[in-house]
Design a protein around this ligand. Structure first.
Ligand code: FES
Ligand SMILES: [Fe+2]
Length: 444
């Protein structure tokens, strides 16, 4: 049986009046534990979820443990190269099967009572099975791992779903697919998630983390220390070539903008100033031979930050990053970050990419740590019920329905375009999608 608010109560959480230039959300969406439970059931456990990048499960036997909402799942590369996904819980009494987040195994033996499963999900062995059941009465085939209803890969990004009735992955991604392509096509040999990751927990709701990714408006305030540090470094000539940072996006010297991509997906962008300091710059000739100039402009001359609804961020500014966020509670979110790179890049470019990744994105770096403080402040303030609304009106006067000239050149069709990454129209389909899914009655 479904629990949760009535449809009318969910609808009232969003004040969406385009004609009046009003778009605001009730602050309880960040603080109400009942809404959190509904989100797990009606959004996370009912739509496509990013699980891993194909390079993280490259060889037969490679597995990767992740979550869809609250439910543990594992992606497992098969002997024939196909990918399968299973519920990552023993069919005996539910223990998680994978001893590691990511490893290689032909079989997994449960650490609780020792049942063994093959990578195709078959239950191979139940420890002491002869003594536990009457002869001939045990049908081991009934205890295979439960496969995910859907698993699909889009340009190397692997998604899964617990429900069968989701649209084809490409349709779900829509215009966001093009932004994935701008990353995937940076390498002829394939993009690769580099070894190592960082996981941290923020005391904030998962939607604040999603908002943060496409919030260009905060960069001038929250990241002013990062901007000043970059300025000082450049004045001192401490760093040269690719080790320099594209500081134009933070100092306001670069053109920028935002797209509500529809379906809850959203993106911001800023021109790289100066573009030659990007680790990808060495691939310029290769990219220009393989792709039209308008696409190379999006891939090489512009930084981008994408949110795939609800909880995947793909960022390509100073370095290239996959960031996922796993909601733990209404006020707690686990964030994991990975660095992504073209396999064929030079040692120097790889070095610069990793240093920039540490510099800005790692929670120990100079920018993400400030973001975390800002998000935690917002979470704390969202309990202020005398001021019930978070306001997302900025840029409603200047928004363009459909693609602007840059989107047309890039070959994607957003729901709206806007000429500054400060604008909050980027969030509108995110919250409309949230409201639509939260309003739908749970199905069995
Ligand atoms: S829970 Fe896995 S063998 Fe018992
Ligand atoms: Fe930030």
């Amino acid at each position: 049986m479904d629990s949760g608010l009535l449809q009318s109560e969910v609808t009232a959480l969003l004040d969406d009046r385009p004609a009046d230039k009003v778009f605001r959300v009730d602050r309880s969406i960040y603080t109400d534990p009942l809404l959190f439970e509904m989100e797990m059931e009606r959004i996370f456990e009912r739509t496509w979820q990013f699980l891993c990048h194909e390079s993280q499960v490259e060889k037969p036997g490679d597995y990767f443990w992740n979550y869809i909402g609250r439910q543990p799942v594992v992606v497992w590369r098969q002997a024939d190269g196909a990918l399968k996904g299973f519920v990552n819980a023993c069919t005996h009494r539910a223990a998680i099967l994978t001893p590691f987040k990511q490893a290689n195994a032909k079989t997994l033996t449960c650490r609780f009572h020792g049942w063994t499963f093959a990578s195709d999900g078959r239950c191979l062995k139940m420890r002491n099975e002869e003594s536990g059941f009457a002869p001939g009465k045990l049908d081991r085939s009934a205890f295979g791992l439960k496969p995910l209803e859907r698993i699909e890969s889009y340009r190397g990004f692997v998604f899964g779903s617990l429900k069968p009735d989701v649209p084809p992955l490409g349709d779900f991604l829509g215009a966001a697919g093009k932004f994935i392509e701008f990353i995937a096509d940076q390498s002829a040999a394939g993009m690769q998630v580099l070894p190592g990751s960082q996981t941290y927990v923020i005391k904030g709701n998962w939607k604040l983390q999603a908002e943060n990714a496409t919030d260009g408006y905060h960069t001038g305030t929250v990241h002013r220390i990062f901007a000043n540090t970059m300025k000082t470094r450049e004045e001192r000539d401490e760093l040269t070539g690719m080790m320099r940072t594209e500081s134009g996006r933070i100092t306001g010297a670069a053109r920028d903008g935002c797209y509500d991509l529809g379906g809850g997906h959203m993106a911001i962008w800023a021109d790289r100033v100066p573009a030659e300091v990007s680790p990808l710059w060495e691939a310029k000739d290769r990219l220009e031979r393989a792709h039209p100039p308008s696409k190379v402009k999006w891939m090489l001359l512009r930084g981008r930050n994408l949110i795939v609804f609800p909880n995947l961020m793909i960022n390509d500014f100073a370095a290239t990053q996959i960031r996922t966020f796993r909601p733990l509670a209404v006020d707690k979110t686990e964030v994991t970050i990975y660095c992504l790179a073209p396999r064929e890049e030079s040692k120097d470019a790889r070095y610069a990419r990793l240093r920039k990744f540490e510099d800005f994105f790692m929670v120990t770096g100079m920018a993400t740590s400030d973001d975390v403080v800002a998000l935690e402040d917002s979470q704390a303030g969202n309990y202020a019920r005398l001021t019930p609304w978070c306001e997302f009106h900025r840029g409603m006067h200047s928004v363009t329905r459909g693609p602007d000239a840059d989107a047309k050149a890039g070959g994607f069709d957003p729901e709206t375009s806007n000429g500054s990454w400060d604008h909050e129209t980027v969030y509108h389909s995110f919250y409309r999608t949230w409201r639509r899914m939260m309003s739908e009655k749970a199905r069995a």
